[in-house]
Design a protein around this ligand. Structure first.
Ligand code: AHR
Length: 501
């Protein structure tokens, strides 16, 4: 067994954990909405057609914020199509995903669904085919109390009270050539600035998120952030980051090291934001919204086949990645990375929530079940609250394809207001357990409350409707606690939550 040590001190403060770090994402894409959260006629459907079993799973996962309605979808979407009497809503060709959007579920229905699921809406506006005028109109529709064209339309459509949407994305991935009406950084920065100004003039309580690069692998990454922030810095509140990882070559140690890249991505964007702040002599700090993150690669080939056979159909089964155990480990490590940067990453959205690259899967007419990645997210969302704390870890590291030095133990901790401490940790070692000594003496009297472990002997193990618990958390081996020092066994290749109180 290998050895590692960790010093955890109550003063190793990173920052307050914003609950919006545990956001997720529902796009009008594939079976996320139609056949996912919404399936009228299903035995579990409520009077609005929403699946109650899915709502229960979302509540169990613990998602305080859901980004909506896209994604790439939003860059060609007219929000007006999605409100008013359902039978009068138009069917539209969606050029982002080559399907037909029926608009059966729109803004009012989604707001109701979010309320039922215990979440808030994070609404993305279309800055692809549209611009500041429509951005202004939808904020008026959603948030203005009444007495104006769009607020009165909302009331006429059945919602007397404003929807009160506090967080708005200024478009989506506008740097991407695949995006409907992508823009240059300067063009986008200008339009985002003007849209955000008008939106905040309508409702000064809202916050806005400007599009960063659609990934750190983009050739324009860095320049894009710098140029667009130069245009809109003072009028926006967050910059978005998006990143998906995959393991197409089956190199697990290299795949599990992807979070070194994610950490670097975050730190680079923070540095750019702060350099613009300095250059502009600004008092305003722009923070980060990591509003698309996950593993995504399993379904890409399959999607090409679907488009060949069934383009323009409604609710095509797109992006239905089936997640395995190693994916859950990386998702755990991504959550650790987000928490380790909680001083600047205030919002994050696991992309996505149901059926589309999702922790929750459904079968049309059938059941719903948790994919492997559900569990680390659920643990972090429930126990990763309060203040994020740095951990000083000494452990051996390994070299892999993309990185020279990858620590086997990846960890972070949180301290809740009631004094309880949770340590989140991934052991990246394929072969060996670690005996982890944790110095917690600065916290006074603590004892080990619980050790939760997610492990499977097969890195490719998955959950299915028939075997939903194949990969699921169990009680870990735990350990001993003496004079403020814990000694815990961390199994090879595992996600761990160690809770002290
Ligand atoms: O989450 C799936 C897609 O990934 C989103 O629509 C887009 O923003 C990103 O490229």
């Amino acid at each position: 067994m290998k050895k590692a040590s960790m010093i955890l001190h109550k003063d190793f403060i990173i920052g307050k954990v914003d609950k919006r770090l545990y956001g997720s994402f529902i796009e009008h894409l594939g079976r996320a909405v139609y056949g996912g959260i919404y399936e009228p006629g299903h035995p579990e459907a409520d009077e609005q057609g929403f699946r109650k079993d899915v709502i229960e799973m979302v509540k169990k996962l613990g998602v305080p914020l859901v980004r909506y309605p896209g994604g790439s979808f939003v860059s060609g979407f007219n929000w007006e199509d999605s409100v008013g009497p359902r039978e009068q809503r138009p069917k539209r060709l969606d050029l982002a995903w080559f399907t037909t959007e029926t608009n059966e579920v729109g803004l009012h229905e989604f707001a109701d669904w979010c309320q039922a699921a215990g979440s808030e809406v994070m609404y993305a506006i279309n800055l692809g085919t549209r611009g500041p005028e429509n951005a202004r109109d939808i904020v008026e529709y959603a948030n203005h109390p009444g007495g104006s064209k769009f607020s009165d339309l909302r009331i006429a459509n059945g919602k007397k009270e404003p929807l009160g949407i506090k967080l708005w994305c200024l478009g989506n991935e506008m740097d991407g050539p695949w995006q409907i009406c992508s823009r240059t950084a300067k063009e986008y920065g200008r339009v985002a600035n003007e849209a955000s100004k008008l939106m905040k003039w309508v409702d000064p309580t809202i916050e806005t998120v400007a599009c960063g690069s659609s990934g750190s692998q983009m050739p324009t990454f860095g320049d894009w952030e710098l140029e667009m922030l130069n245009e809109c810095y003072e009028n926006i509140d967050y910059v978005s980051l998006h990143r998906y990882y995959g393991n197409p070559t089956g190199d697990t140690p290299n795949f599990l090291a992807s979070t070194l890249d994610m950490d670097d991505f975050i730190k680079t964007v923070v540095a750019i934001c702060d350099s613009v702040k300095g250059k502009k002599h600004s008092k305003h700090t722009v923070n980060l919204s990591f509003d698309e993150w996950n593993v995504w690669y399993h379904s890409r080939q399959q999607d090409e086949e679907i488009w060949k056979q069934d383009k323009w159909n409604r609710a095509l089964p797109l992006l239905e990645d089936i997640y395995n155990f190693e994916d859950a480990l990386l998702v755990g490590s991504m959550l650790i990375t987000l928490l380790r940067n909680a001083d600047r990453v205030k919002i994050a959205c696991l992309a996505q929530l149901v059926n589309v690259i999702a922790p929750i899967m459904t079968r049309n007419g059938g059941g719903c079940w948790a994919q492997t990645i559900f569990f680390p997210f659920m643990h972090a969302a429930h126990f990763g609250r309060g203040t994020a704390l740095n951990t000083l870890v000494s452990c051996p590291s390994y070299a892999c394809q993309d990185h020279d030095q990858v620590p086997y133990i990846d960890a972070v901790a949180t301290l809740e207001d009631d004094g309880s401490v949770s340590v989140f940790c991934v052991n990246r070692d394929m072969e060996e357990d670690f005996q982890l000594e944790i110095d917690l003496s600065s916290f006074g009297q603590l004892s080990i409350k619980e050790h939760i472990v997610l492990h499977h002997d097969d890195v490719k193990a998955i959950n299915t409707e028939e075997h939903p618990d194949n990969v699921s958390p169990v009680a870990g081996p735990g350990g001993t606690m003496e004079n403020g020092r814990a000694s815990i066994r961390i199994p090879a290749l595992s996600w761990n939550v160690i809770r002290f109180c």
